[in-house]
Write a protein that binds this ligand. Structure first.
Ligand SMILES: Cc1cc2nc3c(=O)[nH]c(=O)nc-3n(C[C@H](O)[C@H](O)[C@H](O)COP(=O)(O)OP(=O)(O)OC[C@H]3O[C@@H](n4cnc5c(N)ncnc54)[C@H](O)[C@@H]3O)c2cc1C
Length: 831
């Protein structure tokens, strides 16, 4: 009996030590104590104590002395590690090392410190920023519509272009000292989201100069002279920038661009000048056709050694005025009927002076590093905010439409079949808004969130697409027939653009999120790699030893934590002071964090460099990390907004959905893991009692759907920050008015039906029932007006646009005064 108690105590003690990731000396002491008790109390046969005691002296004790440990273990492992470590190119290294690690590191740690997340201050707008949103941004939204830009102007109308330039929209990220608006990342993201809820051409036009491109690169790397010359011109829209990286032969693999710059002597403005002879062929370049300033990425070579010994200098970024001789620019692509300016450009043997390189001669060859370092901030803001803003428009309009469109004498939004996509739209939007605000706030706190921005880009664009698809299904024919009253067709068509740009989504999910996350966010992997690449033997040995033993403890701890928390339903996890209804989520997410850390380590350990090619496994591990981040943002939003009880169904739906998806991703890794024995160990560790999560319940979905189809403070918070036109005839305004009118008319209609049923008045087929009811004094004249108004507005909402037989092409031409080509005008002015 005593032996049994001792065994249980030893097991519990060891689990506790592993769970807490106890240091080696504590393990050694605990093992010694356990053996001493067993010896003193005669609990085990002497050999069963002596043998472990010998091992303790020979193995465990030396492991507590780093010099001995290095000689016995670490140095050997380091040699092996160096042999199997896949070679990393400098472009891969620069991509991996770029940016900062913050909350993603916590999620990867197996024990996220939730207090840190909750302590992040919610981002706020300054008075000026709020004023800009309420006035300039509001006014700009009122000046444009998707239908007109797409079908009449095929561009933004010239007055809109002028407004954008005059009001500083193109210089939101340019500091005030250079004439820009100097907005915070949060303000920038709010502007993008608001414009996205109105018009795709306007949002992309504003978004691109404020993302990765000449402005951002100049801010960080430009010479003072370049900054003084270009930044004020960019801020005021005197220059329209574009940034050209993509070549027909290098899309996702952008580091492989074949565009060339040969260092040579030439002539510029009549003087002999050291420069670069450029040959390039770019496509898909946003704002390219109207740009006056071309940011160009190319690979620089110095075959005549005019700059030094090296021939292949590497990727380089330069700024070229588009009126410079030899620059071919101006033709357009038509990206899914979207009319933001986008097109190819090229040049052959175009000579430019060396000081057109961003940052001047010292920055030749540093282009890739510059791009990678600047990528995170833009990626965290642009497309996540665009997708969120666009989704707000779609969710609000679709919810309203589902309330006023009736079939089978019932608003379609009340059918269970429609509730399902509606609840998905609501739950997704709640977490999208939470995520885009959280990440913008992180950027404002000085982070360059490399991994989290990839997650936000992938998941928010993907959810935006899902929302557009759901909305199309709900809208039926109304979404299909294009025209000014179609509130979803254009977004549905153009949503693949967000999926493809700034890192195409499949690549981002399969290669970047986990590929970069596992190395950057892991507390030890990057340290091990750095040690392996260290040339000084002693420094390498010491650093590798520390990282290796830290890593072993980390793995053991996460293995134990994942198992123990799985067995105990994650109840032992301590949770900070949060709303009682979300406490369990924090515990469950901590459990998943430990399981992710464990699975990631085992996958990297077993598959090594081959994991890079196992993209499906890598994608699923990245999915788990992503869902943990989306849940973190969702929970933080709930706290930051004062635990709004009325919004709780949206939050619960978003968490249940993400947790279920995370569980499915775990299952996908385990079921497909190449080594079946290890897969069994993984399953027993991560899901020792089976898989606990299920899809959000139908009851919860019903509550979410109800929140979308009726006006409420929750619906306003969910779609807060979007543009709501006050203009009569505007499609969204009409839906809003129709919803209000329908709700006002419904009790009257109910009375009217009841009166008709009980025979208080009767109507013949074709009669006006409401008028008959009023004549019979069932309803008043005012009530008749309410019913009439609802009928008229609903009729307006459900109608679709129609055109002359030539599809109105003759009516769609812009007035001659508006039709001047912006590009031609701008380039002429700049020249
Ligand atoms: C409208 C629009 C605007 C753009 N604006 C600009 C701009 O302003 N400046 C600029 O330089 N570029 C711009 N681009 C280019 C954009 O960044 C590229 O389209 C993008 O990098 C993808 O390249 P690709 O289209 O050639 O696709 P590909 O690289 O051919 O990719 C095709 C598919 O293969 C997948 N894939 C590729 N590699 C992998 C992998 N290793 N694992 C898994 N899947 C993989 C991709 O995810 C994608 O789904 C724009 C593109 C569009 C369409």
């Amino acid at each position: 009996m005593l032996t049994f108690v001792w065994s249980i105590a030893v097991l519990a003690g060891f689990l506790a030590l592993a769970y807490r990731n106890a240091p080696g000396w504590l393990w050694t002491g605990a093992i010694a104590l356990a053996l001493a008790i067993a010896w003193g109390a005669h609990l085990l046969a002497p050999p069963l104590v002596i043998l472990p005691a010998v091992m303790l002296v020979v193995l465990a004790i030396p492991l507590n002395f780093p010099p001995l440990r290095r000689a016995l273990v670490s140095d050997g492992v380091l040699g092996l590690f160096r042999k199997i470590l896949p070679a990393m190119t400098s472009t891969e290294r620069e991509a991996i090392e770029a940016g900062t690690v913050g909350w993603d590191g916590e999620l990867f740690s197996g024990r996220p410190d939730w207090k840190k997340l909750l302590a992040l201050p919610p981002p706020k707008l300054t008075v000026d920023e709020q004023h800009f949103l309420d006035h300039e941004c509001e006014e700009l939204c009122g000046m444009v519509s998707d239908w007109e830009t797409t079908n009449i102007y095929k561009d933004l109308p010239p007055p809109v272009w002028q407004f954008i330039k005059d009001k500083g929209f193109l210089g939101m990220i340019i500091p005030k000292e250079y004439g820009g608006l100097g907005f915070s990342a949060f303000a920038h993201s709010q502007v993008v989201a608001k414009l996205a809820s109105r018009c795709s051409a306007v949002v992309v036009t504003v978004m691109v100069p404020n993302s990765l491109g000449p402005g951002e690169l100049l801010r960080h790397y430009g010479t003072e002279e370049q900054k003084r010359h270009y930044l004020p011109r960019l801020a005021r829209g005197i220059e329209i920038p574009c940034f050209a990286l993509t070549n027909p032969h290098a899309g996702s693999d952008a580091a492989a661009i074949p565009d060339l710059g040969i260092v040579c002597r030439g002539e510029y403005q009549g003087r002999p000048t050291l420069g670069l002879k450029l040959t390039w062929d770019k496509r898909y370049i946003t704002l390219g056709p109207v740009a006056t300033l071309l940011g160009l990425a190319f690979r620089a070579f110095d075959p005549d050694h005019l700059l030094g010994d090296k021939e292949d200098l590497g990727i380089t970024c330069a700024l070229i005025p588009t009126h410079h001789p030899g620059v071919n620019i101006g033709r357009r692509h038509m990206p899914l009927n979207a009319v933001f300016q986008n097109g190819p450009n090229s040049g052959k043997d175009v000579f430019i002076p060396l000081d057109w390189v961003i940052g001047g001669q010292p920055m030749i060859g540093k282009g890739w590093r510059m791009l990678m370092e600047c990528l995170a901030a833009g990626r965290a803001i642009s497309l996540p905010s665009l997708s969120t803003g666009m989704s707000k428009l779609i969710v609000r309009a679709t919810g309203g439409y589902a309330r006023v469109r009736s079939q089978f004498k019932t608003p379609i939004g009340k059918f269970e079949g429609i509730e399902e996509p509606l609840s998905r739209m609501g739950g997704y939007l709640y977490s999208m808004d939470a995520t885009h605000k959280l990440i913008a706030g992180m950027v404002d706190l000085g982070e360059k969130p490399a991994v989290l921005s990839a997650i936000a880009k992938y998941h928010l664009t993907d959810r935006g697409r899902r929302i557009a698809i759901d909305a199309m299904d709900i809208a039926g024919g109304k979404g299909i027939c294009m025209g000014p009253s179609n509130f979803v067709g254009a977004a549905y068509m153009q949503v693949p653009v967000s999926i493809t740009v700034e890192g195409a989504n499949i690549l981002t999910r399969s290669l970047i999120i986990f590929g970069q996350g596992a190395i950057r966010c892991h507390p030890y992997v990057l340290k091990e790699m750095a040690a392996a690449n260290e040339s000084d033997a002693r420094t390498a040995s010491i650093a590798f030893d520390r990282a290796l033993f830290g890593h072993i403890g980390f793995l053991l701890s996460n293995f134990t934590r994942a198992f123990v928390l799985g067995m105990l339903g994650s109840h032992p996890v301590r949770v900070p002071d949060v709303a009682p209804e979300v406490r369990r989520y924090y515990q469950q997410l901590t459990r998943f964090s430990a399981a992710l850390a464990f699975l990631a380590d085992v996958s990297m350990g077993v598959l090594g460099g081959a994991l890079k090619r196992k993209e499906k496994l890598s994608a699923r591990l990245g999915d788990v990390l992503s869902y943990l981040f989306l849940c973190s943002a969702t929970l933080k939003r709930f706290e930051d907004e004062g635990r709004q009880t009325a919004d709780a169904p949206l939050m619960h739906w978003a968490i249940w959905d993400a947790m279920f998806r995370a569980q499915t991703a775990f299952e996908g890794v385990i079921s497909n893991f190449p080594n079946r024995l290890i897969a069994t160990l993984m399953r027993r560790t991560v899901f020792p009692l089976g898989r606990p999560y299920v899809v959000p319940s139908d009851k919860l979905g019903h509550e979410v759907a109800r929140l979308l189809i009726e006006p409420s403070a929750t619906r306003d918070r969910l779609t807060g920050g979007m543009y709501l036109s006050r203009a009569d005839g505007d499609a969204i305004r009409t839906i809003e008015s129709a919803v209000e009118a329908t709700l006002a008319a419904e009790p009257i209609e109910a009375r009217l039906r009841e009166a008709q049923k009980t025979g208080r008045f009767s109507v013949k087929p074709g009669d006006d029932r409401a008028a008959a009811a009023q004549a019979a004094n069932i309803i008043t004249a005012d009530e008749l007006a309410i019913v009439r108004k609802a009928t008229r507005l609903v009729d307006q909402v459900i109608r679709v646009d129609d055109f002359a037989q030539d599809l109105g092409i003759s009516e769609m031409r812009p007035p001659a005064s508006m039709a001047s080509s912006e590009g031609a005008v701008a380039r002429k002015a700049a020249a």
